[in-house]
Design a protein around this ligand. Sequence first.
Ligand code: PMP
Length: 358
Amino acid sequence: LPQSAPRAMRVRLRPEVLALPRYVAGKSQPGAAKLSSNENPEPPTPAVIEAAGRALEDANRYPDMGAILLRSAIADHLGVEPDQICVGTGSSGVLVAALSAVCAPGGEVVHPWRSFESYPIAIPTAGGVPVPVALDAHDAIDLGAMARTVGPRTAAVILCSPNNPTGPALRLEDVRAFLRQTPQEVLVILDEAYIEMATAPGVGSAVPLLGEFPNLLILRTFSKVYALAGLRVGYGVAHRDLTAAVTAVSLPFGVSSVAQAAALAALADQGAVARSVRLIVAERERMLADLRECGYRVPDSQANFVWLPADQSGPAFVRACSDANLVVRPFPEGVRVSVGRPEDDDRFLEVARAFRGA
Ligand code: PMP
């Protein structure tokens, strides 16, 4: 066939799709420590790897679409009923499904900003309109401002605790007060991707609030403390009518059999989870203390990363890290550095100290 010039693509894309911000994934650099994606620096345990391997032997079969074993185990772990759990392709998958279930065209979704970069992508994808609300002076979610922004067109509100990329978490009492103020018709999505690592007094999972608030959907993930980011499995916890609606709009078979088996095995070994949490929290506290001692003004972090606001970091800081074989994550408002292995964190703290001239 004669070669012709490639033709222009003329498919009528939705205008909001053309306008979507792009997700910038944390970069990696050969031979460098990746402190750019808030992953667990340690691999899954041998038992998890073995369970995933066994599941692979049946990979010719579709996974259990209802993910019954996994949902039952999660429900047991949290003290809720299995029909209160819905699973998805990472908690990001559950997020898009949940928004799709409530966003009629033009429906507004109030979300904090700066926060997880998926929010302004997922909202228009689901047909909603993002309504960002600025963080407070401590880089924390401003619940008062969020409550004042909720109005008659609000379909959903997203909260993120601890907040990615800045670190602070919401106090449970404040979440309860916010929920009491919010109309029951509005879906409140509380993203708890990092909640296992939160240790501050008064901070913790909002699962105990579910009985009081049937409009609350809590998102959790196996990508962080459970060390399974590569397998893409997350879940939502909510009133059974809400999880049923989310499941109805979810991709069928969205969690592979390998991911289900690995997540089940990871959940069963809470000893390993507790050890991982202890290590991460100790490293985080060490990083925060060291940075503050050098003179950095860093917000509290209840997650596995620390946040250096732009006036104390910027592109030169990112370059200094890169020169020391450390990949960190720049944002317009600052630089986020994930907790890594202790030796990588040591190297990062040396770079940060030198950068400050401290
Ligand atoms: N929520 C927050 C706040 C996150 O930071 C992340 C991961 N970066 C996610 C959700 C997505 O997690 P998952 O891998 O479960 O899609």
